[in-house]
Design a protein. Sequence first.
Length: 288
Amino acid sequence: CPNCNAEFPSIEAVILHLNSQSTCWPHESRPQQFPIPPGLQGSHSSTSSTTGHYHPQAGYVFGVGKNLFDRLQEDEYDYRRKINTYYPFHDEGEWELGRFLVENLTQTQIDKFLKLKWPHVVNTRGQHEYGNYMSADMAWKIQDHLQVGATQVPIILGSDKTPVTRITGGLEMHLLFITIGNLDSEVRSKATLRAWRCIAYMPIAKFRVHPDYQGILQAQLWHKCVDLVCANLKIAAKDGCFMPDPSQYIRYVFTPLVAHVCDLPEAMMIAAVSKSASPITMAMQANF
């Protein structure tokens, strides 16, 4: 018996023991049946020919037990996992190394790798190694001007003019996407991981004006739409807001816009410059 550990000569005997009046199961854990969907109890409609039946001695619940996740939480090292999400690894860097080894090397190659004597060098010749946004000087400068304890959630936008319909009128729109710089660049670069979210479909209107003003008005409409869509982000970037992180800790968050991914025509429209000017510098076409 799985409850009292008594021995019986057959499975049938165990079932009889569990179903008997003197069963060893506690009262609150005695076998019960799940509710049966009406569709499986037989058709009561004269218009339907679909019928179904269920076995009256199947699907019983024989109490509540602990699954693998419950047993993991009772482990003696569970308190370490609450402090360090990457336990038993020391930190995120060590976990990423282990993940890389498992995904790219065989067990024999991993064993050889772990036996190597690696040098540990920090800041060689005073050079600063730049990686993601948080390692940039700008992130540190912004943090210096924020309140003590504030958390940066850098915003990265992306936009492009995309055809919506090809046959019925050739309608085009500007799609606006968003992600955050806290995510690893490898995660953001994989479309299957869905780190980017589309937050707006902005129309490309045709104005009844002189052709010289058509592009100016379309750009103005784009900027107005982005201004409305990103209104709350601008407030959070200026004044901050409280929000929970993935570990449910409340953070005082600021959302500065740190990048906008787009092609050259889109960049010129965003910067509101002509085709003969650079969207990111003061250089003009005449300078080349």
